[in-house]
Design a protein around this ligand. Structure first.
Ligand code: OAD
Length: 241
């Protein structure tokens, strides 16, 4: 049996499917990944501790905020790709979606009534205050500049999780529960290098979920995987549905 048929069979038999995604699922929409072979990979060009950590923001809030606005302006012009659409089809059939992505592309195509997407690393289209937890949605077509929180005067920051920060406990608990109960997990476009998120794949595998991996490069999950498809997510995903 070829790998594609094996993946299709696992998806068709799954009763409690979890789809776990990373930046690679949005790469075919033109969103740069963080790592990997691509020349556009963000952490190959920029310092994550300067641009994605509380210390970096404290040192230079404008530099960090402007960098996020640059990423937001890219997102305003891009669209979900066939991989996002295929995942939305799985969602309509009952799959849970857990994503490390902050780009909001899964949400744009999610079927009505299936809007629950567990966003482990937050949302780029919002700002929040880390002191008083005031939050504001951002219009990607009309980006605000760095500004103080209207409640407490601290600078508002992008509502994403930075290096050294904890994940939202409720989101994390829900993700762990979904992975413990999963009988199959489809992992799409993640390097598996960032914890605790990457630990969800091992958690699902320990609980005997079948693991399908779609990634362009080798990943630390390769030993856990039942089926590996080294193909672009936007090419292969529609063929699995
Ligand atoms: P990475 O950028 O670390 O990994 C993306 C993976 O996708 C790489 O292994 C690529 O080989 C693969 N890939 C690239 N294009 C693909 C395509 N078209 N189809 C399939 N695979 C493709 O992204 P994440 O694993 O999501 O954290 O990174 C995890 C976290 O690190 C992010 O959420 C972000 C980052 O720092 C925060 O922002 C907190």
């Amino acid at each position: 049996m070829d790998e594609r048929t094996a993946a299709r069979d696992i998806l068709a038999a799954a009763r409690r499917l979890v789809v776990f995604t990373g930046a690679g699922v949005s790469a075919d929409s033109g969103v740069p990944t963080f790592r990997g072979a691509s020349a556009d990979a963000l952490w190959g060009k920029y310092d994550p501790y300067q641009l994605a950590s509380p210390q970096g923001f404290a040192a230079d809030p404008k530099l960090v905020y402007d960098w996020y606005n640059w990423r937001r302006s890219q997102l305003a012009a891009i669209h979900p790709n066939p991989a996002h659409n295929a995942i939305a089809t799985l969602q309509a059939r009952g799959a849970a979606v857990i994503t490390q992505n902050v780009d909001g592309l899964h949400e744009r195509v999610a079927p009505p009534g299936c809007m629950t997407i567990l966003r482990l690393h937050g949302k780029i289209a919002a700002d929040r205050c880390s002191v008083c937890e005031y939050a504001e949605q951002i219009d990607l077509h009309n980006l605000p500049a760095l500004r103080p929180c209207p409640r407490c005067g601290e600078y508002l920051r992008p509502a994403v999780v930075w290096f050294g920060e904890s994940l939202d406990p409720a989101v994390w608990r829900a993700a762990e529960t979904a992975c413990k109960n999963a009988d199959a997990m489809l992992v799409v476009g993640t390097s598996g290098e960032v914890y605790p998120a990457a630990g969800l794949v091992r958690l699902a595998a320990r609980n005997r979920a079948k693991i399908i991996l779609i990634n362009l490069e080798a990943s630390p999950f390769d030993d856990l995987v039942d089926v590996a498809l080294n193909r672009r997510a936007a090419d292969i995903m529609p063929q699995l549905i």
